[in-house]
Design a protein around this ligand. Structure first.
Ligand code: UTP
Length: 216
């Protein structure tokens, strides 16, 4: 069974090295039964660099490149437990023996889209968007107290929530390019809080989990 995980950069925090260690242990254990592909996001580091550079650079593709470097830096950090090659393209990643750990590829999208492209390429059985919220809400749970978590959402409705515009460092729960690929390729996708490794494991093994199922 092949599982691609888009691991939100917010989960890789320099202030929480114990979580990175737990995550590496999790990857090692689960990899005994499952082919894992982990695409790591850039989180705070990416946004910090992009926001600073945006003050004097209006070139979105250049800003994206800063973000990509941050995703690769986070990937390298997690990879320090594995010391494997970090692929820079979907093609290279798809030819490697799992577990595969990588960051971003090219400008114009986030690591969610990279994970969706990789899921398409390796014909993954499941794509997991592991973020820092419990799933998809009807409105931003960080802004609205009455936001409700959805157990399921149709891909068309998710597309409406995330919009279409791209901007470097964009922070939406699943990026619009990823949504397009998930919908077109009918990739089985779930969104959950990646800081809870038990929920991540439940989703991988098809057990009941706390999160949102995307209906394609
Ligand atoms: P992320 O994938 O981390 O974006 O890439 P994000 O939406 O901030 O996700 P989280 O919070 O980590 O989960 C950071 C930035 O790097 C650039 C984009 O500008 C993105 O916003 N990037 C990343 C690319 O241009 N291409 C890629 O393949 C990956």
């Amino acid at each position: 069974m092949k599982v691609v995980i888009s691991l939100g950069g917010s989960l890789i925090s320099l202030e929480k090295p114990e979580f990175i260690e737990e995550l590496a242990g999790f990857i090692k254990r689960v990899s005994k039964n499952i082919d894992l592909y982990i695409v790591v996001g850039g989180g705070k580091t990416a946004r910090g660099y992009i926001n600073t550079a945006r003050k004097f650079c209006k070139d979105e593709a250049y800003l994206d490149k800063l973000g990509i470097m941050a995703t690769r830096l986070n990937a390298l950090l997690l990879n320090s437990f594995f010391k494997r090659k970090i692929p820079c393209t979907i093609e290279t990643a798809s030819k490697m023996a799992p577990p595969v750990i990588m960051g971003g590829t090219t400008p114009g999208h986030s690591t969610d889209a990279v994970a969706a492209m990789l899921a398409k390429q390796v014909k993954a059985d499941l794509l997991i968007i592991a973020t820092n919220v419990d799933g998809i809400y009807d409105k931003d749970p960080k802004k609205y107290r009455d936001a409700k978590k959805l157990d399921k959402i149709k891909i068309e409705d998710l597309k409406k929530i995330v919009g279409r515009k791209w901007r470097a460092g964009e922070n939406v729960v699943v990026d619009s390019i990823a949504c397009r690929i998930i919908g077109k390729e009918k990739i089985k996708t779930v969104v959950l809080n990646g800081s809870n490794l038990q929920e991540l494991e439940n989703a991988i093994y098809g057990k009941k989990f706390n999160g949102t199922i995307v209906i394609t």
